[in-house]
Design a protein around this ligand. Structure first.
Ligand SMILES: [Fe+2]
Length: 198
């Protein structure tokens, strides 16, 4: 079954324009969904064709498709997590807020750390529940298929690629990140946290 693009869970945001979201969701995210479907269809055909003997780590059709697959699939899922926690009132709440305060000393410490990670990363910042050591962790990625940690369930995902903010903020990524917090849907993030820790 082909994967279907999900609609945005909000109508508008503070600071981040409709134009940015149209490009980000309707063009870029939808493009990753289409590529995910295309690549996975090609992989199924290749696996069924009996041509797997040509697999090679320097270059092969299978290698190119597998590399594209993780880029496209993570491109889809990371964007869905990012869109999912936007459209809120920015007021921290729930068990997640408490867990953050316990782990990072205070909410402000966490916001400072996560925001700084947003300046240090080239692609993604993710507050995740790491199911291995059962702790909250902030992980970063420079690409959709770089930097992620398997077994760490995303809770708050921030896209820091320039396409996410350049139209509205120019090179002021810091202001974009400050506005990200103003738009954060903490209730949704809390639901994700509660589901992750189970
Ligand atoms: Fe993006």
């Amino acid at each position: 079954m082909p994967y279907e693009a999900k609609p945005l869970p909000f109508a508008e945001l503070k600071g981040i324009s409709q134009k940015t979201m149209e490009i980000h969701h309707d063009k870029l995210y939808a493009g990753y969904v289409a590529k995910k479907n295309e690549i996975q269809e090609k992989l199924a055909k290749l696996a069924a064709s009996g041509e797997l003997a040509s697999a090679n780590q320097t270059h092969s059709e299978l290698r190119a498709l597998k590399d594209g697959e993780t880029f496209a699939v993570n491109g889809v899922y990371l964007h869905e997590w990012y869109f999912d926690v936007l459209g809120g009132d920015g007021v921290p709440t729930g068990a997640l807020k408490e867990a953050i305060e316990n782990h990072y000393g205070s909410l402000q410490n966490f916001l400072n750390y996560f925001s700084a990670c947003g300046l240090a990363a080239r692609g993604w910042v993710v507050l995740a529940w790491d199911s291995h050591d059962r702790e909250l962790r902030v992980y970063t990625g420079d690409s959709h298929n770089q930097g992620g940690v398997w077994g760490a369930q995303p809770i708050i995902v921030l896209d820091v690629y320039e396409h996410a903010y350049f139209i509205d903020y120019g090179a002021e990524r810091k202001t974009y990140i400050a506005d990200f917090w103003k738009n954060l849907n903490w209730k949704k993030a809390d639901e994700l946290y509660l589901a992750a820790i189970q």
